[in-house]
Design a protein around this ligand. Structure first.
Ligand code: G3P
Length: 218
């Protein structure tokens, strides 16, 4: 399973990339706004940190505007994946850009029917938002399971399921058990994956016993 980082915070991306846990990055207009930086500059900097796909989202809502913005964004760096919303214009843009070899991440997906349309439009990634479904008492993981099952029925579908809007480690584990290809994780969730109190206490006990030996390995 690939781990993407869901942020436009370059310092966070750099720190996590050094850990070897980053296979790509996803951004969205809200995350770019939160960074306080010019979009083209922050996307270029992120693309230089990781070789993996970096999702940069268009903000136009019409086909012509989306296509123009998508071409501009993909020219920033070779590893840009253009992100488009799951609308009619977004799917038209996805088809046009993917036909030119540009990877497209279709975002704001909330149904299996939408995911099927994105695959038909040639999306490289589909981004179902599990957290936002959970937030309104729907089961986001059911959607992930449905999409994975549907895509598996059609070997011609090459679209990767990119689980987004992840709120906690259980979303990640359940997505992996269902066979999702990618999860995009806020930096805080990535750090939560690592922690377990029994690991910490077990290591402390090992080191305490080792200290009693008076030995050192080197
Ligand atoms: O970036 C796409 C998605 O991961 C955003 O999730 O619901 O935390 O804003 P959310």
């Amino acid at each position: 399973m690939k781990f993407f980082v869901d942020t436009a915070d370059v310092a966070e991306i750099r720190a996590l990339a050094e850990s070897g846990m980053v296979d790509g990055v996803t951004t969205n207009p809200s995350l770019i706004a939160k960074s306080g930086r010019k979009m083209s500059e922050v996307i270029a900097e992120i693309c230089a940190i990781t070789e993996g796909p970096v999702s940069a989202e268009v903000t136009a809502t019409d086909f012509a505007g989306m296509l123009a913005e998508g071409k501009y964004l993909r020219d920033i760096a070779a590893n840009v994946a253009v992100k488009v919303p799951l609308t009619e214009a977004g799917l038209r843009t996805c088809r046009a850009l993917s036909n030119e070899g540009t990877p497209v991440n279709v975002t704001l997906c909330f149904s299996a029917a939408q995911a099927l349309l994105a695959a038909k439009a040639g999306a490289a990634f589909i981004s179902p938002f599990v957290g936002r479904l959970d937030d309104i008492a729907h089961d986001g993981m059911t959607l992930i399971g449905d999409i994975v099952q549907i895509y598996r029925n059609y070997p011609g579908i090459k679209t990767e399921v990119l689980v987004a809007s992840v709120r906690h480690p259980i979303h990640l584990v359940q997505s992996a058990k269902l066979g999702a290809h990618v999860a995009t994780l806020p930096p805080s969730v990535i750090r939560q994956l690592l922690k377990h109190p029994l690991t910490d206490s077990g290591l402390s006990a090992f080191l305490a016993d080792w200290a009693k030996t008076g030995q050192s390995i080197l």
